[in-house]
Design a protein around this ligand. Structure first.
Ligand SMILES: [Zn+2]
Length: 199
């Protein structure tokens, strides 16, 4: 009897050890196991670097993230011009020989206290300190303003620890990984992850 209790306790401990329960959408895992470290004031600053012309689309994407229709989440985003404050840096490029309209990279410190760009698999091992979003003007330029801010929202959600969904059945999610997704706003699956990770 005692053995059974100890074993079930161990199993319980194993489950309790899980950081945040993973969220699956139509069988696809929507988030990474880890997340961006939360600033002390729980507010996340973002910075639009020189040469990035999407100074309207980026704040509009931030609004879509903070104030999703009919839903709430704990994220506060604000624009800064101090790069040391920034948790999310926006850059721009113009590349015709790639198939993405935007990309996100993740950074943390190594054991020598130096920042490095994390390979994707590490997003399931360590938290990161900041994210870098690069908007590809080659594709963004042709988009409607609503599509541009949706692209910004999607990339911001990557920084907050969400992953792409590629299953056709997830076309209605803001985390669908292709540009022909069926939504331009925050979806409940993505908003749930923000609440799970940052509340
Ligand atoms: Zn993506």
């Amino acid at each position: 009897m005692k053995k059974v209790i100890i074993i079930s306790l161990m199993i319980l401990l194993l489950f309790c050890n899980e950081k945040v329960e993973a969220l699956y959408v139509n069988g696809e895992k929507i988030d990474f196991d880890n997340k961006i470290t939360t600033p002390a004031n729980r507010n996340f600053a973002y910075m639009i670097h020189d040469g990035c012309e999407y100074t309207v689309a980026i704040p509009a994407g931030a609004q879509k993230l903070m104030y999703p229709t009919g839903m709430t989440n704990p994220i506060v985003l604000w624009q800064t011009t101090n790069y040391q404050q920034s948790k999310m840096d926006f850059y721009q490029e113009n590349l015709s020989n790639v198939d993405y309209s935007a990309k996100t990279s993740f950074f943390r410190k190594n054991t020598n206290d130096e920042y490095y760009q994390m390979p994707i698999y590490q997003l399931n091992l360590y938290d990161w300190v900041y994210g870098e979003i690069t908007l590809n003007d080659y594709y963004m330029d042709d988009m409607t303003s609503n599509h541009r801010s949706a692209t910004v929202l999607h990339e911001m959600l990557h920084v907050f620890g969400l992953n792409d969904l590629y299953n056709q059945s997830n076309k209605g999610s803001i985390m669908y990984g292709f540009d022909n997704r069926n939504t331009m706003v925050m979806t409940s699956d993505a908003n749930q992850v923000l609440n799970d990770k940052y509340n």
